[in-house]
Ligand binder design. Structure first.
Ligand SMILES: Nc1ncnc2c1ncn2[C@@H]1O[C@H](COP(=O)(O)OP(=O)(O)O)[C@@H](O)[C@H]1O
Ligand SMILES: [Mg+2]
Length: 215
């Protein structure tokens, strides 16, 4: 069972959006996916309640229950668990980091989001967890100096996953309809991005697992 947390101190960076869209992309790729909402704001839980299909288990919980829930999910055949977290360097985020194998850290290409990644990174290093950044809400048309600066800064802090995720109406529309972008418009650009991001995430998990076996 692969366990992924989506963390960053910054609110609005796209944690919940990526959790949802990656979960649906992973489900479509044949995984048995569970989404865990650790954010008291409950956006992910709300998405789960509104969703018509029951193909993805969505559960809200508290940090103290995480290890037990993970063991139950494994027993019941989950192959991928994605944990959504609140903003801030909180005990909740720390528990999610502790309970997972890989942390994805979304950031928008602006100076404040990228700077906030530095704080999140300190936490990830203290907890010795693997992580990778995801640049989210990039302008779809062209690479600007601002985007390049974001790419360079995140790459300097560690792995930056491909692709860059663009700012697209599909992400907001999919959330509104309790879907992932791959369901909303399966031939759209956002869908292609999320399928590729799932492939990158899986490759990252697999390469770390290999290293773990060798070490
Ligand atoms: N790639 C994207 N394109 C367009 N809108 C996005 C994208 N990613 C996130 N958003 C929007 O940005 C807002 C914040 O995203 P959200 O996932 O709630 O962030 P977080 O969970 O980190 O606080 C939401 O309105 C969401 O629809
Ligand atoms: Mg959120």
């Amino acid at each position: 069972m692969r366990k992924i947390a989506i963390v960053t101190q910054k609110g609005g960076a796209g944690k919940t959006t990526l959790a949802i869209c990656l979960a649906v992309a992973a489900r479509e790729a044949g995984e048995n996916v569970c989404l865990i909402d650790l954010d008291p704001m409950g956006s992910l839980t709300d998405w789960g309640h509104r969703r018509k299909s029951e193909d993805i288990l969505v559960m809200a919980t508290v940090p103290s229950e995480l290890p037990w829930i993970m063991s139950q999910l494994k027993m019941h055949g989950a192959t991928v668990v994605i944990v959504d977290t609140p903003a801030g360097d909180t005990d909740v985020a720390a528990a999610a980091i502790d309970a997972t194998d890989l942390c994805l850290v979304p950031a928008r290409p602006n100076i404040f989001d990228v700077a906030a990644c530095g704080g999140t990174l300190k936490r990830l290093k203290v907890q010795e967890r693997d992580y990778a950044f995801v640049l989210n809400q990039c302008p779809p048309q062209r690479q600007t100096p601002r985007i390049q600066q974001g790419i360079d800064a995140l790459a300097a802090m560690g792995a930056l996953l491909t692709p860059l995720v663009a700012s697209r109406a599909d992400y907001q529309e999919a959330a509104r309809k309790a879907m992932g972008v791959t369901e909303l418009n399966s031939s759209g650009a956002a869908a292609a991005e999320m399928r590729e991001l799932w492939r990158s995430t899986r490759a990252r998990l697999e390469s770390r697992a290999q290293k773990g076996r060798v070490a």
